[in-house]
Design a protein around this ligand. Structure first.
Ligand code: NAP
Length: 305
């Protein structure tokens, strides 16, 4: 009997994983925040995944944080700012050998979760897959990509990676997951806040090459200082390549702000600034960018953390 995949958070990525695992015949249970959300889910009768314009319905069993039974394997698919609090609520249901897979973008939330559940194995993930909700319990698979998974404390790959292969979830076990997460964080810091402040698509940053270059220099310095020289390698070239390759796209932070949603700033630019100050590094442009972004979020009535 396969181990059940408990999926905490039935949003974009949670739905993308849960539906593909379930259609491969693997046992999946969704964990929703409370009885009201469970009732709404039951009224909808399941999750809908839209792929290439085709909607498929999946009646995946669900429960609540309060009522979930023993959990061996937990896919944490909340936003970074919700992950620690949600995991804390079910910490006493985790079995002694429990494993958590943390899908959060940025850095900081993974360590906060791991500290809440010191006996569990926490596997960090970094994904380039893209999905968005176009209704409650309904998710559009917008961009194919890859998910890297790794555990900085224990390099041995878990056996359940074969479940991901069976489910058609493209993935790779990574022995340098922190380097991947830092690199992605640096790319995000160099691009996303500027798209919000300049009110533009990613390609609009081609009009601001000096600002981008200065940020890349400071971010590279930060990465070198925190033992991540590989994440600093040719950062500016990659940022410029991403700006060109995704010129027509709006960044995730831009979309969050445009839709009046809370951003993950504290786990991206905010995290970079905290680590810089911990290392007593002076990075004036990065700090100024953070202050400008916080001021912008406040004027929009959005949380600045
Ligand atoms: P999302 O669509 O907002 O989904 C988050 C889900 O978490 C929501 O369904 C929310 O429930 C649920 N949740 C929050 N607190 C909870 C709690 N206490 N108990 C149970 N459920 C709870 O977010 P997402 O886009 O999937 O993003 C998740 C993470 O993946 C983020 O860190 C994001 O940066 C990262 N990521 C996303 C993508 C993407 O394309 N979407 C790509 C790469 C990385 P409600 O429905 O009740 O609000």
């Amino acid at each position: 009997m396969s181990t059940t995949w408990h999926v905490l958070g039935a949003g974009s990525l949670g739905t993308l994983w849960a539906t593909r695992l379930a259609r491969a015949g693997l046992p999946v249970q969704l964990i929703l925040r409370d009885a009201a959300r469970l009732q709404a889910y039951q009224a909808a009768g399941g999750l809908t995944l839209v792929e290439q314009g085709e909607a498929q319905h999946y009646a995946i069993p669900a429960t609540t944080l309060e009522r979930v039974g023993p959990v061996d394997r937990l896919l944490v698919a909340c936003k970074a700012y919700d992950a620690e609090g949600a995991v804390a609520q079910l910490a006493n249901r985790l079995t002694p050998d429990a494993e958590l897979i943390l899908l959060q973008n940025g850095l900081g939330s993974q360590d906060a979760v791991a500290a809440r559940v010191p006996h569990a194995r926490c596997i960090f993930a970094s994904s380039t897959e893209g999905a968005f909700r176009d209704g409650d319990w309904r998710v559009v698979f917008a961009g194919h990509g890859y998910t890297w998974l790794g555990d900085a404390r224990q390099p041995v790959a878990p056996v359940w990676l074969e479940d991901l292969s069976a489910a058609g979830i493209p993935h790779e076990w990574s022995t340098d997951i922190l380097t991947r997460l830092w690199r992605k964080l640096a790319l995000n810091c160099a691009i996303n806040p500027l798209t919000v402040l300049h009110d533009c698509r990613n390609g609009g940053l081609q009009q601001h090459p000096c600002e981008v270059a200065t940020l890349c220099t400071e971010l590279s310095e930060l990465l070198e200082h925190c033992g991540q020289p590989a994440a600093a390698h040719d950062l500016q070239q990659e940022v410029e390549r991403v700006i060109l390759a995704t010129a027509a796209n709006y960044s995730s932070m831009y979309q969050d702000v445009a839709n009046q949603r809370r951003t993950e700033i504290s786990y991206l630019l905010g995290y970079a600034c905290v680590v810089a100050s911990r290392h007593q590094l002076v990075l004036p442009h990065l700090n100024q960018l953070q202050q400008r972004l916080i001021a912008h979020l406040r004027t929009r009535g959005l949380p600045s953390d």
